[in-house]
Design a protein around this ligand. Structure first.
Ligand code: SF4
Ligand code: SF4
Length: 137
């Protein structure tokens, strides 16, 4: 990924390199080729290179586009009830490894609903057991 984009119009004159006030541009001549180098950490986006380029080869708008570049893409795991994204599959692997058990695919809302339903079922069973014991007496 580079923000310093140069078109095929570039003829390697080095005006941009010589006129960069921040030493953000450099070049290398090797193996029969000239390579123009740009260092984003030094660049102050002054546009001097763009102004001095006799070939109008520097596409300065790339510096100013305020783009979001995708750095990485990971598969998601969703809540099995409502489909809300929970975590990435890779994160699940880490978490379940740390916890030593597989994770339930439930969002906080459905996790508590599931817990409440299980608790209600447990209480109902307990009540019915009590009633059975009482009937036997
Ligand atoms: S924008 Fe300015 S600092 Fe950045 S490379 Fe061009 S001349 Fe150098
Ligand atoms: S000033 Fe323009 S033509 Fe000259 S090396 Fe830089 S980008 Fe290429």
């Amino acid at each position: 990924m580079s923000y310093f984009v140069v078109s095929d119009n570039c003829n390697g004159c080095l005006s941009c390199v010589e006129n960069c006030p921040a030493n953000a541009l450099s070049y290398e001549d090797a193996d029969g080729k000239r390579t123009i180098l740009h260092n984003m950490a030094r660049c102050v986006r002054c546009a001097n290179c763009w102004r001095v380029c006799p070939q109008e080869a520097i596409q300065f708008q790339h510096f100013l586009e305020n783009r979001w570049d995708a750095v990485i893409q990971l598969g998601l795991v969703y809540c099995s009830v409502c489909g809300e994204p929970l975590y990435t599959a890779a994160q699940e692997k880490t978490l379940s490894g740390n916890m030593g058990r597989p994770l339930e695919h439930l969002c906080p809302k459905h996790k508590s609903a599931d817990f409440a339903a299980r608790q209600a079922l447990f209480l109902k069973k307990k009540q019915s057991n009590r009633e059975t014991q009482h009937d036997r007496r």
